[in-house]
Design a protein around this ligand. Structure first.
Ligand code: F6R
Length: 259
């Protein structure tokens, strides 16, 4: 895994947005895997700024990682609404080419299979954007998720529901289930870009990069991916044993020329 440690969170978001913009520039018809959550908001803000400066997303197809079961796309707390507010409504991305699982599907299990099939028919994902949960989840693949799992319904942990309650009103309950791409689905992406900032992610980040590959930390499956990049700020990187080495290989998160 390529580990890029940036000076602060702002620099990490700049770097992540730059890598996504590079992918879009190189391939106007790229298939992007998108994520939600707090970490992604400043990254999408930066992409919107780049769009205003000329970056077109009009040919891009997108597949989000997950959606809450029970929430219709129009629900303000659905991930479809989040994506509209953060990116879709603010750029020229074609809404018909944006995909999220339907949280209100009559049969969420069938919907999960349909979603997996849609990704396959689109030719797979070129670049998958990921955040990480404090418990090491990616997408909503909670600890002990099969590392070979495909898109399916998962029960959210109490910790994840508490962490995400900040996006819900005081008298709203965070849904208990989500449809999420599986770890195997994520590993099929041709590139993975995981972004983590803040010291509350430090333990999960260390387990992901330096711990054993284990279903207890689903993000550790990225160690098996041939093209995975972790973009971190210093606090998120603070529990890494080999931090000096990563900084030596990629000073300030840069690519070093090999002569
Ligand atoms: C949501 C998702 C989750 C989040 C993770 C971190 O689509 O994929 O895995 O990336 O829960 O969330 P934040 O960034 O809010 O800490």
């Amino acid at each position: 895994m390529k580990v890029l440690i940036l000076e602060d969170a702002g620099a990490a978001y700049d770097r992540a947005a730059g890598l996504i913009a590079d992918e879009i520039t190189a391939n106007h018809r790229a298939v992007l895997g998108l994520a939600t959550g707090g970490t992604m908001l400043p990254i999408y803000e930066r992409l919107v700024i780049r769009h205003r400066a000329g970056l077109s997303l009009s040919g891009i197809t997108s597949f989000n990682l997950d959606e809450y079961v029970g929430l219709a796309p129009e629900h303000p707390q659905s991930y479809r609404s989040y994506m509209r507010r953060a990116l879709f409504d603010l750029t020229d991305i074609d809404p018909a080419l944006t995909h999220l699982p339907r949280g209100d599907a009559a049969n969420p299990m069938v919907e999960a299979e349909r979603y997996e099939d849609r990704i396959r028919r689109a030719g797979g994902i070129d670049l998958q954007l990921l955040g990480i949960g404090r418990n090491g989840h990616i997408g909503f693949n909670e600890p002990t998720s099969s590392l070979g799992s495909r898109t399916r319904v998962k029960t959210l942990t109490r910790q994840t529901r508490e962490a995400n309650s900040r996006f819900f009103g005081p008298d709203e309950t965070v849904p208990a289930f989500a449809i999420t791409m599986g770890v195997g689905t994520i590993l099929d992406a041709r590139q993975c870009l995981l972004v983590a900032t803040g010291d509350d992610k430090a333990r999960a980040v260390a387990a992901m990069i330096e711990g054993p590959v284990s279903a207890v930390c689903p993000a550790s499956a990225l160690q098996m991916h041939p093209k995975a990049v972790a973009v971190l700020d210093r606090p998120a990187a603070s529990a890494l044993q080999l931090g000096d080495y990563y900084r030596h290989v990629h000073p300030d998160g840069s690519e070093r020329e090999i002569r």
